[in-house]
Design a binder for this molecule. Sequence first.
Ligand SMILES: Nc1ccn([C@@H]2O[C@H](COP(=O)(O)OP(=O)(O)OP(=O)(O)O)[C@@H](O)[C@H]2O)c(=O)n1
Ligand SMILES: C[C@](O)(CO)[C@H](O)COP(=O)(O)O
Length: 249
Amino acid sequence: MRPRVIAAVLAGGVGSRMGAPSPKQLLPLEGRPIIEHSVAAFEACPEVDEILVLMVREYVGRVEDIVASAGFAKVTAVLPGGGTRTDTSYAALSAMGGAADTDLALLHDAARPLVRPATISACVAALGEAGAVGVAVPSADTVVRVAPGRTGGEAVAQVPPRSELRRMQTPQGFRLGVARRAYALATADPGLVATDDCGVVLRYLPGEEVRIVPGEEDNIKVTNPGDVEVAETLLRRARARAVLAEADS
Ligand SMILES: Nc1ccn([C@@H]2O[C@H](COP(=O)(O)OP(=O)(O)OP(=O)(O)O)[C@@H](O)[C@H]2O)c(=O)n1
Ligand SMILES: C[C@](O)(CO)[C@H](O)COP(=O)(O)O
């Protein structure tokens, strides 16, 4: 029997860098809220069985309305998120309590509305071989480690080989047993600091391989003012490509 695939769309953030009056995942992108685009990708992915959405508590009702009017049949619950992204991930995993350790959890930033169903499918396929996977892309820029400068400001301390570096995106996927073991250790650690879920597995289960799934440059995280316009341009370009591909076939 194939494992059940449960996706969680993480939308518990308030979007302080965006500075909009409501959380950025509610901003319109080509006429639909950003979060609707993100959920739609999972709804359209044939391998995904169920979707949970974790939203800033006071906007849970708003997202329930979005889910109802979009007719997302796979969404089984809209739940409140936590105080940090890691808290929201943990709340998502806790809400999957009825699932087996062999079932699969996919955690995705609501703020990445351009994720493609094919990328989600690739994560599910990779979880057939590894207990943890994360979508990532190479960096076109040289990435440096910095330290406080001798003359003030910051200075370059190290230039890691760029060929060994990737920029992590989401989705990030896990066999539930792996995510549960990692998060049980992480939440017991008072020094826990994490910026993504693969990092939690790497840190707390060092023996577990975290496999990279090649991603797409346009799976951007809408973060700062101006990013919605960039996402709109990328979305229009992707639509135009799809129309051309359809016409060619
Ligand atoms: N407590 C939190 C914080 C973040 N997120 C989600 O994690 C994703 C990536 O986080 P980020 O882009 O940092 O979103 P915000 O936290 O909303 O932004 P900011 O840091 O600017 O406040 C977003 O979909 C966001 O909603 C979450 O579910 N719960
Ligand atoms: C998970 C993530 O999107 C991977 O790039 C990223 O680390 C989230 O960071 P944020 O500061 O919560 O936006």
